[in-house]
Design a protein around this ligand. Structure first.
Ligand code: FAD
Length: 473
């Protein structure tokens, strides 16, 4: 009887999982294996919020496999050791997995492939995460794209034909094969020791949770996405980012789900603006693959000469805790801490305050997001931070510095988002919810801190620093 191991990583789903489907098609028995090896991801091993998600997502995958009469085998240690142990225990002749695109993962996967092929094992890898893999699209000069719009114009022509695979029927072994150390999810110690994750209860990690969220979004918000996506007080976006990151749902499934919903409606929503946003995720992976140093180094080398302010631990602490005294920024940082997620518009504003008004290096913010976001994703996070800092591919021009008060008035006009996350300002009258320092008596009575910086003066000095970089001084 031929046995194959499907090595699960960030493809934690049964449907539209090409490695699993091919395994089920070509082999009689499928062993589902997860090897916990965070050390192999170096400094970008999953952060605390991601570990919380991973715990629940592995449990959900195990439950889905149980429906088909099997289970998820879990090991800890080096990936190659785990795979070899599983091969020895099960007599498997093949290992199938879905590809990842982070530099460390690529390096690891190459060496695992070499080692297993050296052992005489058949190794096959598949694309489960992207519409277009980073090497599938190139400019006319055969170079990687550095600008989003032409990238998307090219990528967009390829996505409609992509087939979505149903969940395959699996023949999973019922006996426990791994004698030495098969683990339960709880043995991995992924959950926090101190329970700071109570506010994460709104999430349902796993494949089923992803499809429920998609259905909710398809029912209503997708039809108002263009206006709704910028309003943080509303559920105007899909919130699928952690599910996409962990591969609980694929972009092809998302697009197919939205299309089939739209087909059942008298007036179909235009899903193009939403697909385009998913295109940014594809672009981020394209960039990370071709420019693997961008999680730590400026994409635009001119920024190597930029004068960042000295690292300011006190300011950084206030920013992390949501005590900067700038309401929209604090609302975002508190939403992040409480729920593991922050609205995209607000991500831009908090990143702008840190990198421009406080002139702290973007990597400091990137690292905090890495630890606290349930959707922390090396490609999207690095691109997001460099985009706001001005040092990235196709970035916002540096001199366009967000005014957090004007942004707050525009995108949270009633201050509903601020009032929800900053209780000190819940009863702030009118405009004061956006700029409470304009009334000293109110500010004092509210218990809310004064602003960490003068927005105008700090903006001017950021612009001066930028000018001096451009002048090469
Ligand atoms: P929707 O609006 O519903 O969009 C659908 C999907 O498209 C998202 O789930 C996401 O996968 C993708 N997407 C949307 N906007 C972007 C974008 N600007 N860049 C890349 N992909 C996008 N996203 C992450 O997934 N992980 C991160 O670590 C991350 N860090 C960020 C850091 C900064 C400083 C900024 C400005 C943005 C960051 N983003 C990150 C992008 C974006 O904020 C989130 O993807 C989005 O807020 C997720 O919410 P949603 O699923 O409701 O998005």
């Amino acid at each position: 009887m031929s046995t194959v191991i499907v090595w699960f990583r960030r493809d934690l789903r049964l449907a539209d999982n090409p490695a699993l489907t091919e395994a089920a098609r070509r082999h009689e028995r499928v062993v589902a294996l997860y090897v916990h090896a965070p050390g192999e991801e170096g400094e970008w091993a999953p952060g605390a919020a991601s570990r919380w998600w991973l715990h629940h997502s592995l449990e959900a995958l195990d439950a889905s496999l149980a429906r088909q009469g099997g289970r998820l085998e879990i090991l800890r240690g080096r990936s190659i050791d785990g795979l070899r142990a599983a091969i020895e225990a099960t007599g498997a002749a093949a290992v199938y997995f879905n590809r990842l695109y982070e530099p460390k993962a690529i390096e690891r996967d190459k060496s695992v492939r070499r080692a297993l092929e050296g052992d005489g094992i058949e190794v096959k890898s598949f694309n489960a995460a992207l519409w277009v893999e980073p090497w599938d699209v190139a400019t006319k000069q055969d170079e990687p794209y550095r600008v989003f719009t032409p990238f998307w114009r090219n990528a967009r022509t390829r996505i409609d034909e992509i087939e979505v695979l149903p969940e395959p029927p699996l023949r999973l072994p019922q006996e426990r094969y791994l004698r030495d150390g098969p683990l339960e999810v709880a043995d991995l110690g992924l959950l926090p020791k101190r329970d700071w994750a109570r506010g994460f209860a709104g999430w349902t990690p796993g494949e089923k949770g992803a499809h429920e969220l998609l259905a909710l979004f398809a029912d209503d918000a997708v039809g108002h996405y263009v206006e709704g996506r910028d309003l943080p007080a509303r559920h105007g976006t899909s919130r699928l980012s952690p599910h996409l990151h962990w591969g609980e749902i694929s972009p092809a499934q998302v697009a197919a789900g939205l299309r089939s919903h739209a087909a059942r409606r008298p007036k179909a929503a235009d899903i193009e603006p939403y697909l385009r946003q998913l295109g940014w995720r594809e672009f981020a992976h394209h960039l990370l693959y071709h420019f693997p140093r961008t999680p730590k180094e400026n994409f635009n080398p001119k920024f190597d000469a930029f004068h960042w302010a000295k690292p300011d631990a006190h300011a950084l602490r206030r920013w992390k805790k949501g005590h900067t005294g700038i309401p929209i920024v604090d609302a975002g940082m508190r939403e992040l801490w409480a729920t593991g997620w922050m609205h995209n518009r607000v991500r831009m504003l908090v990143a702008s305050l840190l990198t421009k008004n406080l002139r702290q290096h973007w990597v400091l913010g990137e690292k905090w997001f890495w630890d606290t976001l349930v959707d922390a994703d090396l490609a999207n996070n690095a691109m997001g931070w460099q985009w706001v800092a001005g040092s990235g591919a196709d970035a916002a021009p540096y001199f366009r510095i967000f005014n957090p008060v004007a942004q707050s008035e525009k995108f949270d006009p009633e201050g509903a988002y601020i009032r929800r996350w900053v209780p000190e300002l819940a009863k702030a009258p009118g405009r004061l919810v956006h700029a409470p320092w304009e009334d000293e008596t109110f500010l004092e009575s509210s218990g809310y801190p004064p602003p960490i910086v003068d927005l105008k003066a700090s903006r001017d000095s950021a612009l001066m620093a930028y000018q001096s970089m451009r002048g090469g001084r």
